[in-house]
Design a protein around this ligand. Structure first.
Ligand SMILES: Nc1ncnc2c1ncn2[C@@H]1O[C@H](COP(=O)(O)OP(=O)(O)OP(=O)(O)O)[C@@H](O)[C@H]1O
Ligand SMILES: [Mg+2]
Length: 267
């Protein structure tokens, strides 16, 4: 199952991606977590050890590898292969984390309004397609704040799109755009998740605001000071306090997704 996490900046995408990856892995699934955010902090939430973390080089920064894969021999500069061979990259550059999970750090796709056709973007896009369509693990992708870089081909392989919101109109506005774009790209299973909820009234207001949406609120995660404390320590929140209320809520989200996975894939 390929799970993509999206939403506005700071809403909790990395928390959801990282903790779900840990839970699938500790339940015995083969997990490949993908950091596709330019801030590249998924490794903290996953609880990757310091030594491993220090060795990570984001794919996007591997200039010579990218050049080698995308260069078209004999062509002039500015001409490059937009469909490079990437199938060996995940296994070559992934690192290991707790519970046997694997992490591949891509880095973000910077796409200016003019539409940057740079080789590194082409390689990352091809790589995402490869990860979504060709891999057989549970693949969990922590996306950049927008999903504009998703193309039809890439989105085709996403089995579940989790759109994360916090209790704010701005965040909900972006979720609406993400949901519309995901639908247009052919993603079928799209779920809205509200994070940092402090009380029942916030949940009610969100439900009221989305009442005309085709997608209901699938899950809510409470605001939990333990998450911030773990961040301050540089620890994974699940290692810091595995019984905190946000982690328990993520556990119930994990169980829902596990049921969904068997509905989608087990005959
Ligand atoms: N349920 C929660 N309770 C309390 N704090 C939270 C909760 N979820 C996330 N946070 C805090 O909110 C901040 C943003 O969380 P996170 O990094 O997961 O979001 P993000 O969407 O990945 O952000 P970015 O867009 O910067 O990558 C972090 O400081 C985190 O500690
Ligand atoms: Mg993040």
């Amino acid at each position: 199952m390929k799970i993509a996490i999206s939403g506005k900046g700071g809403v909790g995408k990395t928390l959801v991606a990282g903790i779900l990856a840990r839970m699938f892995a500790s339940d015995g699934f083969k997990v490949l977590a993908i950091d596709n955010d330019s801030a590249m902090n998924l490794s903290y939430t996953l609880g990757i050890d310091e030594k491993t973390k220090a060795q990570i080089v984001p794919i996007k920064e591997m200039k010579s590898m990218i050049e080698e894969r995308t260069v078209v021999k004999g062509a002039g500069s500015g001409v490059y292969n937009i469909n490079p061979n990437v199938s060996d990259i995940p296994d070559k550059y992934k690192v290991s984390g707790p519970d046997g999970l694997q992490l591949l750090v891509l880095g973000g796709i910077e796409e200016p309004a003019t539409g940057c056709l740079c080789p590194e973007n082409a390689l990352i896009r091809t790589l995402l397609y490869n990860l979504f369509v060709k891999r057989d693990e549970v693949v969990i992708v922590d996306f950049e704040a927008g999903i504009e870089h998703l193309g039809r081909g890439t989105a085709k392989g996403i089995d579940v799109m989790l759109v994360v919101t916090e209790p704010s109109q701005k965040s909900l506005d972006l979720c609406k755009k993400i949901i519309e774009l995901s639908k247009k790209l052919g993603v079928i299973n799209i779920y809205l998740i509200a994070n940092k909820i402090t009380d029942e009234s916030e949940k009610e207001i969100i439900n009221q605001k989305i009442k005309d949406w085709e997608i209901p609120l699938y899950h809510t995660i409470p605001f939990d000071p333990e998450i911030g404390k773990a961040d301050l320590e540089g620890n994974s929140p699940i290692d810091f306090n595995s019984d905190s209320k946000a982690i328990l809520s993520l556990k119930s989200l994990f169980h829902k997704l596990k049921i969904l996975k068997s509905e989608l894939f087990d005959l």
